[in-house]
Design a protein around this ligand. Sequence first.
Ligand SMILES: [Zn+2]
Ligand SMILES: [Zn+2]
Length: 360
Amino acid sequence: MGQCQMRNERILIRCYTWNNESSDLFDYESINNEKQQFTIQNQDSYIISDKETLQLINEIPKENSEVILYITAKNTVVAGTQQQQGNSTALTNTKFPFKLKKNWLTVRSVNKYPLNVNDIFRLGKMTFRISSLSFTTQNEHEFSNRSKADSNEQCRICLGNAQSSNPLLNPCKCSGSLKYIHLECMKRWLKELTSSSRSSEKSETYLWKLLKCEICQEPYKVIFQSDGVTYHMLDLLKPRYPFVMLEFYSKKKETQVQQINLGDRFTSKSDGVIVISLGERMSLGRAKENWVKLCEASVSRFHATLQIEKVQQQDSLFLFDNNSKFGTLVQIKEDLQIYQELEIQVGKSLFKLQANNIIC
Ligand SMILES: [Zn+2]
Ligand SMILES: [Zn+2]
């Protein structure tokens, strides 16, 4: 047998598009979507939108044109960025002059997806970003001995002094005898502030718009400084039990999902965070029987599941889709090799990519 040096595969691309102006949700229960087909083989291929239809081209698209899907000659889907043109990508390491739209992988096409911190996924219209993840129980406190507050200063809640494991913070504009609050008192108070019906023993939801000082009315910043020490509000919300913390963005465009910057107000970016107590299987959906109940109409009753599995003796968090109506999508951040079948959603188009080996 001769040796086959090149990956010699033919990729069949089936395209489904829909024209619902208000929504970029693909409805898996609907069969009325338009369909186009393309076949590509070992050459750079670009799918662009030309008026109402999709077009396949093999030459590099013109400057500033918007490419929906870019598949290289080596059969990789290039990760879209929707940032400035001229981005290079992990695998190809080449810059391109056009804009490439954000690509989303549908989880059902790969069975399951391993999640890491900073990964972004969508359930219906809700977008989530994993802001932290811990598989172990925490016992030490990382804030120990960091406060410089005078030992005579008192906490405005419990009137106690600073302790090494429980420093005094000044997160707002309050001054005088109201200036300081213990880290632990702040945490307890944040929980009381946000203890809506959406908290249970399995998850706690914090809504940002509620997070402001009720005395001086100053909205809390995500990252604040107190006596020269920088604190991250999300760190204060981290529990000691094993957890995954998800920032969520419900009615906003996916383009607004980004990392929180120094000094951001809670109201400006995400809608809040959900802290989920880790179990072996954690279901997410609209029904109240779920591990985490999500109050959003475009989320299916039992939409998706987070599951802990061992990979090389290490705990890993996997995302599964439960045949949800609008699918479970993960934003593609690195170029993706096409093996067998993949499903990619971009804007109002869904692409089913199927690789067929050619014997050489
Ligand atoms: Zn206190
Ligand atoms: Zn205040």
